[in-house]
Design a protein around this ligand. Structure first.
Ligand SMILES: Nc1ncnc2c1ncn2[C@@H]1O[C@H](COP(=O)(O)OP(=O)(O)OP(=O)(O)O)[C@@H](O)[C@H]1O
Ligand SMILES: [Mg+2]
Length: 134
């Protein structure tokens, strides 16, 4: 399979495609089923946020490596409104849309590395990496 799949997210079906593509890549990298579930959940939440808040954006999936470690990196990019208060957005229960506010804190918990760059009016880039347990 393509080792660097990019999925443009503009509708709900694209969220399903991103999930499935992520599951396939995680499987091909040797992640077990529990980690595959964590990774696909993280992809779903990031893709759903793109769809809800930015309307359109991209999910990029990458094989990650560092020394002997192998992992998967999920990069979410959009040119949407950005996040006003990032610290709050990473807290459980904070939502500007009447949601549960569980998405971003969940992604942070499910993955090993998490970085977010956002700028009001310009967009948001979130990177989340999961390493395979050796
Ligand atoms: N890509 C994005 N662009 C702009 N704002 C975002 C983006 N992703 C998240 N946010 C903001 O961060 C808040 C928290 O996101 P989070 O995914 O944690 O919760 P939620 O989407 O509101 O609810 P849930 O994901 O639990 O259904 C959102 O309510 C929204 O204001
Ligand atoms: Mg969300």
């Amino acid at each position: 399979m393509d080792n660097n799949p990019n999925i443009t997210v503009t509708n709900e079906w694209d969220i399903v495609v991103a999930r499935q593509t992520g599951r396939d890549l995680a499987k091909s990298l040797g992640f077990g089923e529990v980690d595959q579930a964590r990774i696909t959940t993280a992809i779903s939440e990031l893709a759903r946020n793109i769809y809800l808040y930015a309307k359109t954006g991209k999910i990029e999936l990458r094989k990650a490596s560092e020394g002997d470690k192998v992992g998967i990196q999920i990069i979410s990019r959009d040119n949407g409104p950005g996040i006003k208060d990032v610290m709050k957005a990473l807290e459980d229960g904070y939502s500007t849309s009447g949601g549960l506010g569980a998405g971003l804190p969940g992604v942070k918990r499910l993955m090993d590395e998490f970085t977010i760059e956002t700028s009001e009016g310009k967009g948001t880039m979130i990177s989340a990496t999961k390493w395979k347990v050796l």
